[in-house]
Design a protein around this ligand. Sequence first.
Ligand code: ATP
Ligand code: MG
Length: 404
Amino acid sequence: KLIVPDYPTIGYIRGDGVGEDIFPQAKRVFDAAVLKIFGEKKKIDWQKLLAGGEAFASRGEYLPDETLEQIKENLIAIKGPLMTPVGESFRSINVTLRQKLDLYACVRPVEYFTGIKSPVRAPEKVNMTIFRENTEDIYAGIEFSSSSKESKKLINFLERELSVHSIRFPETSAIGIKPVSPDGSKRLVSAAFDYAIKMNKKRVTFVHKGNIMKFTEGGFRKWGYEVAKNYPTFTKLEYDKIKEEKGTEQSEKEKNIALKSGKIYVDDAIADNFLQQIILNPDNFEVVATLNLNGDYISDALAAQVGGIGIAPGANINYESGHAIFEATHGTAPDIAGKNIANPSSLILSGVMMFEYLGWQEVAELIKIALSASFHSGALTADLGGKLSTSEFTDTLVQYIKNY
Ligand code: ATP
Ligand code: MG
């Protein structure tokens, strides 16, 4: 749907800490790949945008309005990690950007590259894309501290109006409340299905904790299955119904027929069990749709299996407005900043996602092939057990792309 000009203006935020090390290097890879595929026919018109420490140093604010305005206008931006100013009541810049642009889908593909050391036995079986709801859940929730006026009032209200037993709500409790809405859940799940169809994926799984939180997490599951009805799917609910009425043999048969005809299999998993399953049988899952907090845990757990946060990319997208910010998922890594040793792969793979989003598929593929080949040949940065610096690793990639 997105109409992309031949010279799209794309804003970039270099980022703080290792952002200074990895951004200029990642940009070399992006430009080399675009040049290789398109010559001078298409090209990114890079626009530097200020945010984080760099913005504070020159403007006295962490997120200047014009940065936000430019992203709104361009639709697309890519960024390195940003530091969160300590103290005050300042929300993280990352969170502010997501909220202001209503980037409700946090998309995290997790994929293994041969040559990278993994703590699990069969990392090549990991190939999943996580759709994490980005605007609700406890991230939009409210908390009141232990023994605060608000907590006490709420406990009192619960006792008086809803007959909630005070034994489980001692007066000294801190209280937390989280919102999960049908609309918020459904737009995220729809995005996951649209993606599954576009990428030819065969399975979508809703991950939740609905056994404990019936209406928030359980609601997500329920609304997820409602959305599934709008897509060519065969769901676990249908499977179970057939099984109950006609037996396992028949349900298996109908499932196979449905899948052969190209339908997507849809099921759900309780979050704790899911975290076990992704270690035992990761190849059972393809697209995962989940709420904000579960998505946080799952992304890190999965990233660890394929090489860690140094190579885990991410995107924050609003599919209706088209706004998207592609970003390295790791932090500013102050311990290694400025040393030219950080791994630029997370940011580079975020660029791959960006090119896919632009519809510049060949550019995305070329960069991925270059990364694959480099890892395979043992070209690795220190975090992955290798000896290459950030710029040496990038040299390998750029050379590979030029010679392709
Ligand atoms: P922030 O406060 O910005 O979140 P942090 O101290 O939490 O920063 P992270 O960036 O989340 O640090 O990193 C955690 C660990 O992973 C650190 O030891 C860091 O050096 C390492 N790390 C993070 N990013 C990279 C990278 N791109 N390459 C290599 N190591 C990295
Ligand atoms: Mg951190």
